[in-house]
Design a protein around this ligand. Structure first.
Ligand code: APR
Length: 258
């Protein structure tokens, strides 16, 4: 069976350690917007310098806070899709089929919590989280205002820091900011130790996150992407499986169980 799904199935059946590397496309079928490559994607409609940079925050914190709160509202109203659930069941399916302990590690660029809500644990968030606000001034963890965030508001005053009175900012990594080093180093170690890597729903244009699949390729790992459209990383892929996260991953789980 030399199909994309067949090649991926065979590679996973021979693997003890698997890294799942996900991007915005992973959550697209849960109704969460992507950033590029679609008419309604965020950066087709908004300027990332205004909404996803420290300068944009300084210029208009009310607008930036409102935008991230609308995204948090979107995630709270969403559900994990079949792809998220399939990933959470991958290790047990492989164990049942091979009798071997298989470790599946999830490394994501996504700031939503859908991997966790589907049952994945120890998810490594490279670009932060919508659920980890902190003070812009003293960096201490902050708290959201009570109640459900407003999906429609265009300007919302951010909460104040209980320690220094500074403004609470979204806990995401903005353009021009460094990635959390502990998470990136952990992700690098997981890639070094893996046998196979699944790259799901990322355009692969944002660095240094995109270095991870490239490094995996250069380390001789089996690297495959699940993406309806070949990404910027396709030349590093052993297999490009032109399907969606919520279609392909449940199909893969069935093939592993068969
Ligand atoms: N299933 C799988 N892949 C999909 C699906 C789907 N249902 N829908 C879209 N895709 C693919 C697109 O073809 C595209 O290649 O997902 C990718 C989404 O790319 P981006 O929107 O660029 O998202 P991502 O790669 O995660 O962006 C990286 O950029 O703006 C920053 O910090 C933000 O983490 C983000 C980073």
């Amino acid at each position: 069976m030399n199909t994309a799904s067949g090649q991926v199935t065979r590679a996973l059946l021979q693997s003890r350690r698997i890294v799942v590397f996900s991007g915005a496309g992973m959550s697209a079928e849960s109704g969460i917007g992507t950033f590029r490559n679609a008419p309604d994607s965020h950066w087709s409609r908004f300027d990332p310098r205004e909404l996803a940079s420290p300068d944009g925050w300084r210029a208009n914190p009310q607008r930036v806070w409102a935008w991230y709160e609308s995204r948090r509202a979107e995630v709270l109203a969403a559900q994990p899709n079949g792809g998220h659930f399939a990933i959470a069941q991958l290790a047990s399916a492989l164990h049942a089929r091979t009798g071997r302990e298989v470790q599946v590690d999830v490394v994501t660029q996504n700031v939503d919590n859908l991997h966790e809500r589907a049952g994945s644990t120890g998810v490594v968030h490279l670009h932060g989280s919508l659920f980890a606000p902190r003070c812009f001034a003293c960096a201490r963890p902050g708290a959201f205002a009570d109640g459900v965030p407003d999906r429609k508001a265009t300007e919302v005053e951010p909460p104040s820091c209980g320690h220094c009175g500074g403004r609470i900012r979204p806990g995401v990594v903005w353009f021009g900011e460094a990635m959390p080093q502990a998470e990136f180093r952990l992700a690098e170690d997981l890639v070094d130790a893996c046998d196979a890597m699944l790259v799901i729903g990322t355009s692969g244009v944002v660095f240094p996150a995109a270095e991870l699949p490239i490094n995996a390729h250069h380390l001789g790992k089996f690297v495959a992407e699940i993406n309806p459209t070949p990404s910027n990383l396709v030349q590093y892929m052993r297999v490009q499986w032109p399907t969606s996260a919520a279609q392909g991953l449940p199909e893969l789980l069935q093939l592993l169980k068969a």
